[in-house]
Design a protein around this ligand. Structure first.
Ligand code: SIN
Ligand code: MN
Length: 207
């Protein structure tokens, strides 16, 4: 479903077994040797998610990508698993786009998780100029996702992202503002055994 030029929502893209497999991989990663953490951003505020970057690390102080987590524990960023990269390519293809993702930001939202309205604009200039998409996968509890325009004050649409949904924004939609206002606790499929929500956003920095 194309909700705006370049923006596609695929409700229920992943059936339960695939969701379960991705959730298992996410769990292992966020509690792995290089674990997810709560970033402190410029200005000193803490984010309301637990974040783990794969492939390239997004530094919450500089808003730049780097190979080691220099804003946190100096550890090298874990690799982006090939299976994850394949998921991103598959979903981009379903939206008629091409993505050779080289990084993923994996966020865990607990019941108080949220993310203010922002643009994804820290990827390379050529990547942004080409409109290479952001591919998003949602698992677990439903999120109230806001999708706005190219200016912060533009009207926003509220979209419920439920477990198994995919969302793609590229081309003319690549720099649209978006955010998460609320997680709806207890809405995850029971079979996942997950309270809270995982969201993966794939991007391609290098072009
Ligand atoms: C993000 O904008 O980075 C995350 C969006 C989401 O959690 O759906
Ligand atoms: Mn974003």
């Amino acid at each position: 479903m194309e909700i705006a030029p370049g923006a596609h929502h695929f409700p229920g893209y992943f059936e339960l077994e695939r969701q379960r497999a991705i959730v298992g991989a996410c769990r292992a990663l966020v509690d792995g040797a290089v674990p997810a953490y709560v970033p402190t951003v410029r200005g000193g505020g803490k984010m309301h998610v637990r974040m783990l970057c794969l492939g390239r690390h997004w530094n919450g102080q500089t808003y730049r990508y780097e190979p080691t987590r220099s804003d946190f524990d100096q550890l090298p960023v874990p690799a982006l698993p090939a299976s994850f990269r394949a998921l991103a390519a598959e979903i981009a293809g379903a939206a008629g786009m091409v993505l050779a993702a080289d990084l993923c930001i994996l966020n865990y939202y607990d019941m108080d998780g949220r993310m203010g309205l922002h643009q994804d604009k820290d990827e390379s200039e050529p990547s942004l100029a080409a409109g290479l998409p952001v591919v998003s996968i949602s698992l677990g509890d439903t999120a109230r996702f806001l999708f706005g325009g190219l200016k912060r004050r533009d009207p926003v649409e509220m979209i419920l992202l439920t477990s198994g949904d995919a969302f793609v924004f590229g081309g003319p939609a690549r720099l649209r503002f978006h955010g998460v206002t609320k997680i709806l606790p207890g809405t995850a499929p029971a079979e996942l055994g997950l309270s809270g929500r995982f969201n993966l956003t794939f991007r391609q920095y290098e072009i």
